[in-house]
Design a protein around this ligand. Structure first.
Ligand SMILES: Nc1ncnc2c1ncn2[C@@H]1O[C@H](COP(=O)(O)OP(=O)(O)O)[C@@H](O)[C@H]1O
Ligand SMILES: [Mg+2]
Length: 283
């Protein structure tokens, strides 16, 4: 499975990306989570602290002319193997880096390396059986700029609000690399919210996740994974087909310190990306 999770800020991308990553990893599939957001988010839902410095800084080096390239002996596969960090349930996380007081300058090398890894792993044999889940920052920019070339499916997270729906429509229209685009309604209070979202976006939603106090409660506990329950459903009138099977059954188990969620089926299948690894040298 290769997915990118996109949508407006606060729609629930990180919660959903992190939860999916943990669910898939628990089933025994190796998972690499791509965190390309410069602000915190995914680590919280994965239940792991953000590293102080992005580990990928070690994968990049600058020559005398100021050009960035791989550090000695590095390529996309080696960089991912060496610099992805371990999170609960066996999820591996690759971080682009977070902006802090030192500003973007401090993480340029990591950011370049992240881009190269995301592109270089598309067809990397060592990662053929891995699930990739990308948590993209808010808005449309990274989708347009191809930060998730590995994704054969875009999960567009929509809340029952007009702004959220507008962002969702814009992302979907970008048609990134002919990926499948599936809308996921999040924080819904009931079927009327799902219908409301479908009216706003003019498309059927593929899965819906209820507004759940447990998610906030988990956050208050700190670093706990989210608690969600919900049920995916196929767009109206559509039959299940390869690349479109998607069923999330996430249930609440608040009494457990490690909040558990169950997953019945999550098989997005899909096409092989046509992307080619790019040359490493760029400014
Ligand atoms: N289904 C949900 N029920 C309740 N709260 C949610 C749900 N999904 C997300 N949230 C909350 O909404 C906020 C934004 O979620 P987050 O995943 O960080 O959004 P994004 O990554 O899209 O910016 C968080 O505080 C999160 O706990
Ligand atoms: Mg986020």
């Amino acid at each position: 499975m290769r997915v990118a999770v996109v949508g407006k800020g606060g729609a629930g991308k990180s919660v959903i990306a992190g939860t999916m990553a943990r669910l898939v990893a628990r089933q025994g599939t190796p998972v690499l989570a791509f965190d390309s957001d410069l602000f915190p988010g995914l680590s919280v839902s994965l239940g792991t602290p953000d590293p102080v410095e992005p580990p990928l800084l070690g994968a990049a080096a600058q020559d005398e002319a100021g050009l960035w390239g791989w550090s000695e002996g590095m390529d996309a596969t080696i960089a991912a193997q060496r610099f992805a960090t371990a999170a609960p349930d066996g999820v591996h996380v690759l971080q682009r880096g977070k902006i802090d007081r030192a500003g973007y300058e401090a993480i340029i090398g990591a950011s370049k390396a992240f881009w190269e890894v995301a592109h270089g792993l598309v067809d990397a044999p060592a990662f053929r059986d891995w699930t990739f889940i990308g948590d993209l920052p808010a808005g449309t920019r990274q989708t347009a700029e191809d930060w998730a070339p590995y994704a054969d499916t875009y999960l567009v997270i929509v809340q029952p609000s007009a702004q959220s729906a507008l962002t969702a429509q814009r992302v979907a229209h970008l048609q990134p690399r002919q990926a499948a685009v599936l809308f996921v309604a999040n924080r819904v209070q009931g079927q009327q919210d799902v219908r409301h979202i479908e009216e706003l976006i003019g498309q059927p939603v593929f899965a819906s996740i209820p507004a759940d106090e447990g998610v906030a409660a988990a956050e208050r506990l700190g670093a706990a994974p989210p608690v969600l329950h919900g049920r995916g459903r196929l767009p109206r009138g559509e039959r299940p087909q390869r690349g479109h099977h998607f069923r999330l059954v996430l249930r609440e188990q608040l009494h457990r310190p490690r909040i558990d969620v169950g997953l019945d089926r999550l098989d997005l299948g899909g096409r092989q990306s046509a992307g080619q690894p790019r040359l490493a040298r760029h400014r």
